[in-house]
Design a protein around this ligand. Structure first.
Ligand code: HEM
Length: 223
């Protein structure tokens, strides 16, 4: 005779394991991400007004400066939440680089082929999303560079320009205020492009809203 109790327990534990397997975006990452996205949009808009007032002019210069500064500090604090979460959590594995070049390039080419061809033929992505290995090689390298290099460089150059008197010696050491300002604007242009391409790629799920919902609920939607 089948033991109904143990059969029920088996089903329950299978359901639990399945749920854990689909939980790809922990709460701190989701909170960080959407506050960060909002912050970046405000920084891009206020930054555009500061640098190109002929192109975009919806507030006074003083309001644009104040908004840009306050939101920038909020975005920096939020970045510390993201960094702290990954540094003290076992989920850091999603940011581990693939150190075997052959494996990396094989997987990266398969992913590029998918984005350039397979996706239009209804094929499924060669990368299987898992909680501890959720990024495909293209996402992995992009997010590593953006989060560990480009974002900190933007914070640093912004901070130097926020108080030129206090950081006078740093500014001189790095080649002067024009150099710092140019780097800040070049990274701003990069973020304009990154945010647009990133939001577009985010819409390439099973339906355009799939990955957006996943970033709100935390759960990958089953294929
Ligand atoms: C309009 C603004 C944005 C939208 C609609 C958006 C959308 C998304 C979506 C749907 C995902 C989940 C899919 C994936 O992992 O690729 C995601 C993840 C991610 N986004 Fe964004 N994003 C926006 C802005 C940004 C900005 C400004 C940054 C960085 C400066 C950023 C950095 C990231 C990172 C690092 C992840 C992976 C997070 C993790 O799991 O650790 N996003 N985004």
């Amino acid at each position: 005779m089948v033991n109904i109790q143990s059969e029920k327990e088996r089903i329950e534990s299978w359901k639990k394991a399945r749920k854990a397997e689909l939980y790809i975006n922990p709460l701190p990452v989701r909170i960080w991400h959407w506050l960060n996205a909002l912050g970046f949009i405000i920084l891009i808009l206020s930054g555009t007004q500061l640098r190109y007032p002929n192109l975009f002019n919806v507030m006074s210069f003083e309001t644009a400066v104040r908004t840009h500064n306050w939101v920038a500090f909020a975005v920096i604090a939020n970045y510390c939440v993201w960094l702290g979460f990954y540094l003290f959590s076992d989920r850091i594995t999603v940011y581990h680089p693939e150190l075997n070049p052959k494996k990396f390039f094989d997987k990266a080419f398969a992913q590029m082929r998918y984005y350039g061809y397979g996706i239009f033929r209804g094929e499924s992505s060669p990368h299987k999303v898992r909680p501890y290995d959720k990024f495909n090689p293209m996402q992995s390298i992009t997010y590593q560079i953006v989060m560990l290099l480009v974002v900190p460089a933007q914070f640093f150059t912004g901070l130097l320009m926020w108080d030129v008197k206090r950081f006078e010696s740093w500014i001189a050491f790095l080649g002067g205020i024009e150099v710092i300002g140019t780097v800040h604007v070049l990274i701003y242009i990069f973020f304009l492009a990154f945010t647009s391409v990133h939001a577009y790629m985010g819409a390439l799920g099973r339906s355009p809203a799939t990955h957006f919902r996943e970033m709100f609920t935390g759960y990958e939607e089953e294929h």
